[in-house]
Each structure stands twice: as C-alpha cells, then as structure tokens.
Write a protein that binds this ligand. Structure first.
Ligand code: SAH
Length: 307
C-alpha cells in the first residue's frame, strides 16, 4: 500500500500498480435536505382601539450606544443564528443532519465530525445557494472555483488526522492549506489544528474569504495571498499539508516543507488522463512514503498570482 518514493516530484505513473485507485468508497449520492415549508407568521389583527405603547421605543432610545466592536459581534451573532432561508430549520439542525450523513457514509473520526458540526457552511456560499449549503455537493464560489463537498473535506481531513504527529498529539499541529477558496475548509481546519496557514493565488477570492470567515475567525488562522505551488516557506515545516487543487505532480516545495512525522494530502492528476487520485505522503526519518486513495475531482492547481 505504501512505498518509498525515491523520486520527486511524484508522478502517478511512478507509483506501484498495487496502489491502483479505488473508486471513491463509501459516499452515497448527494441527498437533498428536505425543505420544510416555512410557516407563515400569524399577523395580529389591527385594533385601532389599542393605543401603541411607547415603552419599547423609549427603552431603545435610552439604551446606550453599542461600542462598534460589540455592534459587529451582535450583527454577526444574528447572522449566524438566523434560520436558513427556505429550510425552516436553524443551521445547527441541518449541520447535525449533515454529520449524521457523513457518519452513515463511513466517516468515523469524532474530532473531524465535531468540527464539521460546528462550522456554519452556509455563511461561505452565495445567498442564492444557501438552501444547498448542507447538501453533499460542491458549489460555485465565483472566479471559476468551487467550495468542496462536505464529504470530501471530511474525508481528506480524516486522512490527515492519521499522520504520525497528528495521531501522537490528537491535533493536525501546524497546518498548511493550499487553495483557500471561500475559506470553508480553512475554518474546519482551525478546529483541529494548532495553527493554519491558508494560501490562495486569486486575490479576489483571498479577499472574499477574509470577509466571509470574519464572523467565526479564530486566532489560529492566517490567510496568505500567494502561490501555494511553492508552499509557504516562512512558517515551514508543517505537520499537515492539504491541497484543494490538483496538479500533475506533488510539488517538491510541499515535500520539503513537510515535518518529520508530518502528512500531506493532495489530488494528483493521473498521467494521460483527466482523472485525479488522492495521494497521501508521510514523511519519516527514513524518507517519504506514499499511498493512493480514491479518485476525486478538484479544480486544477495553477502557478502564479492573479491580482
Ligand atoms: N478550500 C476550498 C476549496 C477551494 S477550490 C473549500 O473550502 O471548499 C481550490 C482553490 O485552490 C481555488 O480557489 C484556486 O484558486 C486555488 N488554487 C489553485 N492553484 C493554487 C495555487 N498555486 N496557490 C494557491 N491557491 C491555488
């Protein structure tokens, strides 16, 4: 299943044939979240005889003005707590349902499932797509990119948690993500890592992700506008490296920036074809070992910056 990868950059046709890609295991077809029709709010009949009371207005006027920081927190809290438009459910319910589906699909790592259960995916998708936010589907996030399927995010992070350092500490440790996109996976990673560095090459997406993640941003995330093809040298080495975009090889800088005991996971395109396979690379004292997992479909890994 694994083999010492003597030659890097790693190409799929250099991997042993017994590592042949299996079809994506354990994933059921996307199920739609049943949309319970929202109940109309009963409107009280207007009674002209009842005088409107001024007390609430009074109280409101007397309320001291909120400090800007608190006002932001209040606005954020109401945005996160707001029922999902059209679903008639609050986001915690649909997330619990999503986690049940992930479990049924074969995901077993409780820490990963818990992280998936806490990150509000709906705040990362466009308003028009919010009803699909918890379906097991990838969705467009603009600029030709997509937010990954929840099952793929969970599966990749579960594999990452199997790295030697992660198993020893119960944490992904210092983590590098290539391809921030809208920031959803970065948010999930922050729940499981000591620190996350997330790199995006498209400036508009980098900026958008910053805004989208602001309400739940945790102190252990740093978003970097840069070319992830060269990794992120300043904070290397990393215990965990994960890429949401696939190239023809595993870029050498990622291998160099992987800590001993660290694990890297990324899609790699099969030579001569369009199919990608998830490749897991472990770095040990003795060198690198790799294994191939299921076939996947990710956006291409591209080099250079787009401003
Ligand atoms: N992580 C996202 C998915 C992002 S899609 C999620 O939470 O769903 C993959 C992203 O990788 C795209 O935004 C794309 O622009 C980015 N990408 C591709 N090549 C890159 C590179 N060399 N460096 C950094 N980002 C890259």
């Amino acid at each position: 299943m694994t083999g010492a990868a003597s030659k890097f950059p790693l190409k799929l046709d250099q991997l042993p044939t017994r590592d042949k890609a299996k079809p994506q295991a354990g994933y059921s077809k996307p199920q739609s979240v049943s949309a319970a029709p929202a109940k109309p709010t009963p409107q009280p009949a207007f009674k002209s005889a009842v005088k409107p009371t001024i007390a609430p207005l009074h109280r409101q006027m007397l309320r001291p003005q909120q400090h800007l920081q608190h006002a932001h927190a209040t606005a954020t809290a109401s945005r996160l707590a707001a029922p999902l438009a059209g679903l008639g459910l609050d986001s915690a319910d649909v997330r619990r349902r999503m986690v049940r589906r992930l479990r049924a699909d074969g995901l077993t790592n409780e820490a990963v499932l818990a992280a998936m259960g806490t990150v509000p995916r709906h705040i990362f998708v466009d308003a028009a797509l919010v009803t699909q936010a918890y379906e097991d589907t990838s969705l467009p996030i603009g600029h030709g990119q997509t937010i990954s399927k929840p099952s793929v995010v969970a599966r990749m992070i579960e594999l990452l948690m199997g790295g030697a350092n992660a198993r020893a500490t119960g944490s992904l440790g210092k983590t590098l993500e290539i391809g921030t996109g809208c920031g959803y996976q970065a948010a999930v990673l922050t729940r499981l890592a000591r620190h996350v560095y997330s790199v995006e090459r498209l400036k508009p997406l980098h900026d958008k992700a910053r805004d989208l993640i602001a309400p739940i941003r945790s102190v252990n995330l740093r978003m970097v506008y840069g070319d992830g093809m060269i990794g992120h040298g300043p904070n290397a080495p990393y215990d965990s490296i994960i890429s949401a975009a696939g190239g023809d090889t595993v870029p050498q800088p990622w291998l160099d920036q992987l800590a001993i005991g660290g694990r890297l996971i990324c899609p790699v395109r099969q030579s001569g074809g369009t199919k990608q396979v998830l490749v897991v690379v472990d770095r040990t004292e003795a060198g690198y070992q790799h294994s191939m997992q299921e076939t996947v479909h990710f956006v291409p890994l591209k080099s250079g910056l787009v401003g």
